[in-house]
Design a protein around this ligand. Structure first.
Ligand SMILES: Nc1ncnc2c1ncn2[C@@H]1O[C@H](COP(=O)(O)OP(=O)(O)OP(=O)(O)O)[C@@H](O)[C@H]1O
Length: 273
């Protein structure tokens, strides 16, 4: 999103000219275990263009979160590299912000406003007054003005996730990383938040890497759907979902079918996932 803020990219993005913001090249990742190195991901390559959302999709345990953590800088590659805006990632940094699935990722002792403002001050991105202004702005974007002075325990799960998203976006990261952010929500709230995130991503030209194991969510939220398979996993295929605007549309069904086929699943699974 780079210094754009909310005002930035209200103009539509010309995707044909969009350049990669995130590049993952030949990435292999693993975990040290008592029995030796356990390789989780092998030779994964993909890129995410500026202002677009890429989905990591695949069965449980295929390495989606592992890749996301590596992009965040928490896990070092065994091989290959991650670059964000042409800078190699070797540790966590302010150019990447992460939203997790868990509702308890907020500071319980801080108000909603302060949850969003505090990281801006702590990272030196803003003075106290600027941080408050920016936090108020982003609470507005996520329709949370009325909750500004509440504490996390007074919020619903969906509201907590919206605060976590506002907090991440307020940092104006080059890449926003989302690890199943709506996985613990009821279907109705989940759909509402999916549509809100799509709208905010469009307005702010955020570049997003989004983990899910829902085909329907992938088809709705993503521009590209990166399908992982195998053990250790690698990229099985990448499906273009740019045609999908409505979860109930023919286009959504068609993309869902393509994805299901790549994952070796029955197309009927798509509708109910
Ligand atoms: N800390 C760890 N130590 C050892 N192995 C791990 C660790 N974390 C994950 N793994 C293993 O790495 C592989 C990939 O896990 P990961 O959590 O990235 O998968 P995932 O696709 O995100 O799964 P899910 O959809 O269930 O969240 C799995 O085999 C998992 O058991």
């Amino acid at each position: 999103m780079e210094q754009s803020g909310v005002h930035a990219a209200e103009a539509p993005i010309d995707h044909s000219r969009a350049t990669p913001m995130l590049d993952v090249v030949g990435l292999s990742l693993g975990y040290k275990t008592p029995a030796g190195m356990s390789v989780a991901v092998r030779d994964v390559s993909f890129s995410v263009r500026r202002g677009e959302t890429a989905i990591l999709l695949g069965p449980s345990g295929c390495g989606k979160s592992t890749i996301l953590k590596s992009v965040a800088g928490f896990i070092k590659p065994l091989q290959g590299a991650v670059t964000v805006a042409n800078r190699k990632v070797d540790k966590p940094g302010p150019d990447r912000a992460v939203v997790f699935q868990e509702f308890d990722q907020l500071f319980p002792w801080r108000t909603v406003l302060d949850n969003v403002a505090y990281p801006l001050r702590a990272t030196g991105k803003a003075t106290r007054a600027e941080a408050q202004d920016r936090a108020n702005l982003w609470l507005g974007v996520m329709r949370l003005e009325a909750a500004a002075h509440k504490f996390p325990h007074q919020l619903s799960g969906g509201m907590k996730q919206r605060v976590a998203i506002a907090r991440a976006l307020a940092l104006e990261p080059a890449v926003l990383l989302m690890d199943e952010p709506f996985g613990a929500l009821d279907p109705q709230t989940r759909l509402r938040l999916q549509l809100e995130v799509i709208e905010v991503v469009k307005r702010t030209a955020a570049t997003v890497l989004f983990v899910t194991h829902s085909i329907a969510e992938a088809a709705l939220v993503g521009h590209d759907i990166i399908i992982l398979d195998g053990s250790p996993s690698s990229v099985a295929s990448i499906v273009d979902a740019r045609s999908v605007c409505d979860p109930a549309s023919q286009e959504a069904l068609e993309v869902g079918r393509q994805v299901a086929q790549s994952m070796g699943q029955e197309a009927s699974h798509v509708i109910g996932d």
